[in-house]
Ligand binder design. Structure first.
Ligand SMILES: Nc1ncnc2c1ncn2[C@@H]1O[C@H](COP(=O)(O)OP(=O)(O)O)[C@@H](O)[C@H]1O
Ligand SMILES: [Mg+2]
Length: 335
């Protein structure tokens, strides 16, 4: 027995008809997405991806949606853009400039909207070149960049890139407890058996997080763990499991090394709240060799730590000076 009648509405990629709050943002997107370059910024779980995907579905233009979390370099993103334009797989044999030329050819014959979601991850690599290339195309495809970290693109980009992009910026604010409540109640009514969710359970989750994705994952975790009702007690009990499910969902897009690294921070954080990056490297190395995984260089690992930070899974504070020069103190984010 399960209380879940239809799992689809609880899935991360599900887009409901009714959007809670964010009416203005929805209107702004439907009016602007096809006509100008945009930069959407806001913390995780504020509905950025969700609203943009809905606007893309409703758009008449040819659209490409790229997630920088999945396609983290210019090359991979170009490949994916071309593949979406041609609706065909693109082999890895092309040179970057060939991919660029083929994409340019497509923009000559149709109006294109390109969404670069999770741009923060592309910017850790050579994403700037991608933005420059796209923004300089003669037929000006319309570019929408979405970030959770980079608040101000002008500070992040070289002047020549920023000035050819000139995005209109729109900020997504975190949801209030009431809005999270509404989002949860709506999904519960669509996916769970009647009367299987106690009101107290939802009022417990709603003020605990402003991230709609965490809230939905929590509800789903609870629903999966009961045969009769999602109660406040159950929800409280599963707080940790819910967050674990959320982080696992995020780490899924990255590599095994990210996972090992995250678990290294988790282990160390049990002993001490703030952990030094050096200790994390050591712990990662010993866990990796235990698991027979070839250990990556400190340089790569440092890049991966930055990615975990951009994902909002850890916080890193930089300290300058002292014996070791620059050090990083790492903290685990928790629910
Ligand atoms: N206004 C909303 N109404 C209903 N569901 C929402 C709303 N905003 C976000 N969600 C849901 O919350 C989750 C997180 O939203 P998402 O768009 O992925 O956030 P972001 O891209 O800002 O991190 C998704 O599963 C989405 O369906
Ligand atoms: Mg998103």
């Amino acid at each position: 027995m399960t209380v879940i009648e239809d799992e689809t509405p609880l899935k991360q990629e599900y887009i409901p008809e009714e959007i809670v709050g964010k009416k203005q943002e929805e209107k702004f997107l439907s009016e602007n997405l096809e006509h100008r370059n945009l930069h959407i910024h806001g913390p995780r779980g504020t509905g950025k991806t969700h609203l943009v995907r809905k606007a893309l579905d409703e758009s008449e233009a040819r659209t490409c949606y790229i997630s920088g979390l999945k396609h983290r370099t210019q090359y991979k993103a170009l490949q994916e853009i071309l593949s979406q334009l041609t609706r065909d797989e693109v082999s890895s044999g092309y040179h970057t400039s060939e991919l660029q030329r083929k994409i340019e050819e497509h923009t000559e014959v149709m109006d294109i909207v390109v969404v670069l979601d999770e741009l923060d991850f592309l910017l850790l690599n050579d994403g700037e070149d991608l933005l420059y290339f796209l923004s300089r195309l003669p037929n000006r495809p319309k570019i929408t960049a979405i970030t959770s970290n980079a608040e101000n693109l002008q500070e992040q980009l070289e002047p020549r890139t920023y000035s050819s992009l000139q995005p209109r910026r729109i900020q997504f604010e975190p949801y209030t407890g009431e809005q999270i409540y509404e989002i949860l109640a709506d999904r519960a009514s669509k996916s769970l058996a009647k009367k299987s969710v106690h009101r107290n359970a939802v009022t417990y989750i709603a003020p605990s997080t402003q991230n709609a994705e965490i809230a939905l994952t929590w509800l789903k975790t609870a629903a999966k763990n009961t045969e009769n009702a999602v109660t406040e007690e159950l929800v409280k009990e599963l707080r940790h499991n819910a967050f674990e499910a959320y982080t696992a969902g995020k780490l899924e897009h990255l590599s095994q090394h990210h996972e090992l690294l995250y678990h290294a921070v988790e282990d160390l954080a049990e002993e001490d709240e703030a952990v030094n990056a050096g200790e994390v490297y050591q712990r990662y190395q010993s866990v990796a060799s235990e698991e027979d995984v070839s250990v990556l260089s400190d340089r790569r690992i440092s890049d991966f730590l930055k990615q975990l930070e951009k994902l909002g899974l850890i916080n890193a504070d930089y300290h300058y000076g002292g014996k070791k020069g620059k050090t990083r103190e790492i903290q685990l984010n928790r629910l």
